[in-house]
Design a protein around this ligand. Structure first.
Ligand code: ZN
Length: 208
């Protein structure tokens, strides 16, 4: 496994997908023109290009533990500036997912002696507070799964709020040149749910 499997997979990609669509991949050499930006979790089960059946060049992706958007973060801020300001992408998505280990760790405080994880997860803490206030963590395992889904969805809503602490997001949204959307991916059926559809873009002719 490991590196051998990775290189074998790359060979397969070169021989099949790349060779069969060589014109498409040649065009990518000229530059990227993604139609959507996405902040998603690092979880290996939720790769957006695969779950959205997208080719390289279509999605401008930032992934981190728990699809978190800390206000004033250099990494996220640079992603937003480059994607919105330079690539002129008009759709920005935060995508949470079912069975998120980060949200599980947040709910159960399973961070042990970790040096970085607790500090990172504190940017999702208000989502935990909101969900716990409505409904304390249930003992029943089925209800506990639903409770965790609620936490994962609440975290998407919270991170959408955090996105709007970035000036470029606020300004572009106000001008109608950026649509900010919350999605939730269920591993159990591989479907994406819209948590928050955002305001339509100005050029869609739907906004006033
Ligand atoms: Zn996750």
């Amino acid at each position: 496994m490991g590196i051998e499997k990775l290189l074998e997979g790359n060979n397969h990609f070169v021989e099949c997908e790349f060779s069969e669509n060589i014109e498409y991949y040649k065009e990518l050499l000229k530059g990227q023109n993604p139609h959507v930006m996405m902040i998603s979790c690092c979880d290996s089960r939720v790769a957006p290009e695969i779950t959205c059946h997208a080719k390289p060049g279509e999605i401008f992706v930032h992934r981190n533990i728990g699809n978190i958007v800390p206000p004033g973060d250099w990494n996220v801020g640079t992603f937003l500036e480059y994607g919105i300001g330079h690539l002129h992408v008009d759709t920005l998505v935060v995508c949470g997912h079912e069975g998120c280990g980060a949200m599980h760790a947040l709910a159960h405080r399973h961070c042990g002696d970790d040096a970085f994880i607790p500090g990172w997860l504190r940017h999702a803490q208000p989502a935990l507070a909101t969900v716990t206030e409505k409904n304390p963590y249930p003992d029943d395992p089925e209800k506990a799964k639903e409770w965790q889904s609620n936490l994962e969805i609440e975290n998407v809503r919270l991170q959408l709020k955090h996105l709007r602490t970035y000036k470029i997001v606020r300004d572009s949204e106000r001008e109608g040149t950026l649509r900010v959307i919350g999605l939730y991916y269920r591993i159990s059926d591989a479907k994406l749910e819209v948590i928050d559809p955002g305001k339509p873009l100005k050029h869609d002719g739907k906004s006033s």
